[in-house]
Design a protein around this ligand. Structure first.
Ligand code: ATP
Ligand code: MG
Length: 137
């Protein structure tokens, strides 16, 4: 079954949005397979976002993701990767539709509250990167 790595970024945790975000995924009907609060080390943030290494915003992105604890989640279900991206909304929260997490809860691209894997392959890759096997059900 398809799985997506979804992560509430430090601003989402700090702003108290964890419960609301988990509720949206639960209500949609996906199955939670892993969940933890975690202070991300720099090297892991860089590995996670390695495809963006050449971007000018990369150092700021790493600073952002490591600025406080994140909530790491593995969600499972048919079509979960694309569906999670739809629940999350566009990268720029000002372009994200109302009703999406970013559309309802954020205004800045550099503080956009949540991550979701962009393909099933990356879902597997990222879950392997952020979780130990014993942490997954
Ligand atoms: P994510 O991978 O975090 O789910 P995404 O897939 O919507 O987001 P990506 O293009 O993968 O978008 O960018 C990863 C993250 O890098 C974005 O979520 C955002 O936090 C940050 N980012 C992307 N573009 C910019 C930008 N132009 N300026 C600042 N930060 C950016
Ligand atoms: Mg992405």
């Amino acid at each position: 079954v398809e799985q997506s790595y979804v992560m509430i970024k430090p601003d989402g945790v700090q702003r108290g949005l964890v419960g609301e975000i988990i509720t949206r995924f639960e209500k949609k009907g996906f199955v939670l397979k892993g969940l933890k609060l975690f202070q991300c080390p720099q090297e892991l943030a860089e590995e996670h976002y390695k495809d963006l290494k050449s971007k000018s915003f990369f150092p700021k992105l790493i600073e952002y993701i490591t600025s406080g604890p994140v909530v790491c989640m593995a969600w499972e279900g048919v079509g979960v990767v694309l569906a999670a991206r739809k629940l999350i909304g566009s990268t720029n929260p000002l372009q994200a539709e109302p009703g999406t997490i970013r559309g309802d809860l954020a205004v800045q691209t550099g503080r956009n509250v949540i991550h979701g894997s962009d393909s099933p392959d990356n879902g597997q890759r990222e879950i392997g990167l952020w979780f130990n096997e014993v942490e997954l059900c």
